[in-house]
Design a protein around this ligand. Structure first.
Ligand code: GRF
Length: 202
């Protein structure tokens, strides 16, 4: 299974995926890393000899135009799966429709709790005793797609956004690697998952 990973930041989740995919028996390989800015995470792609591309958000005059270029870059690599791992940009609906259901996203909260760009901060602000990590299929909404995997993560007294996020990320990485492996092994059918629970055939 060929995988493209899109990032915006440090790419620690990307690195975990690159390490897992470099295991000889891992059934997926990362073919390209893309970002909407000069992401620090590009260094991980370089370390693993993986090509990368950048579609700088500020060089485009609309989400649609940015998304069209992103889609054109992805089309060069024709990945079977696109993984959003810390991409801090909403994809335009046209791009989602073109690639769905072959785009998955990892989010540092127990969706549908705390969607959006500040899931960790929002959980802290809500004072909840636990939050979580989720891997979903990307749809045209904000973190609203079908949930493929999720796991609870405790919030401790004295946590700040960084400490809580650092506790969530390892869980995210494990869930993401497991989901990619299951998709690659054919154990997880994205089209079926995207179609949602079917009424039992009576
Ligand atoms: C991850 O928690 C991701 O879910 C969120 O931002 C974080 C990115 O971390 N959107 P990194 O860039 O993988 O270190």
């Amino acid at each position: 299974l060929s995988v493209a990973v899109l990032i915006s930041g440090a790419g620690s989740n990307l690195r975990a995926l690159l390490e897992a995919a470099s295991e000889p028996d891992f059934p997926a390989r990362i073919v390209v890393v893309g970002a909407d800015r000069e992401a620090a995470g590009f260094s991980h792609a370089e370390d693993f000899g993986i090509p990368s591309f950048m579609v700088p958000w500020e060089q485009f005059d609309s989400r649609e135009a940015w998304g069209a270029e992103l889609g054109a870059q992805l089309a060069v690599w024709e990945p079977d799966l696109v993984v959003l791992s810390g991409l801090m940009r909403l994809l335009p609906a046209t791009l989602v429709e073109e690639w769905a259901p072959r785009i998955v996203n990892t989010h540092p909260a127990y969706l549908p709790e705390f969607p959006g760009a500040h899931g960790v901060r929002d959980a802290l602000a809500a004072g909840v005793p636990q939050t979580g990590a989720s891997v979903i299929i990307v749809d045209a909404g904000v973190d609203s797609g079908p949930i493929l995997a999720q796991e609870r993560v405790p919030v401790f007294e004295g946590d700040d956004e960084h400490s809580l996020h650092e506790r969530i990320k390892p869980v995210e990485r494990r869930l993401l690697i497991d989901v990619v492996e299951r998709i690659a092994a054919g154990d997880l059918d994205l089209a079926a998952a995207a179609a949602g629970p079917q009424d039992p055939v009576d």
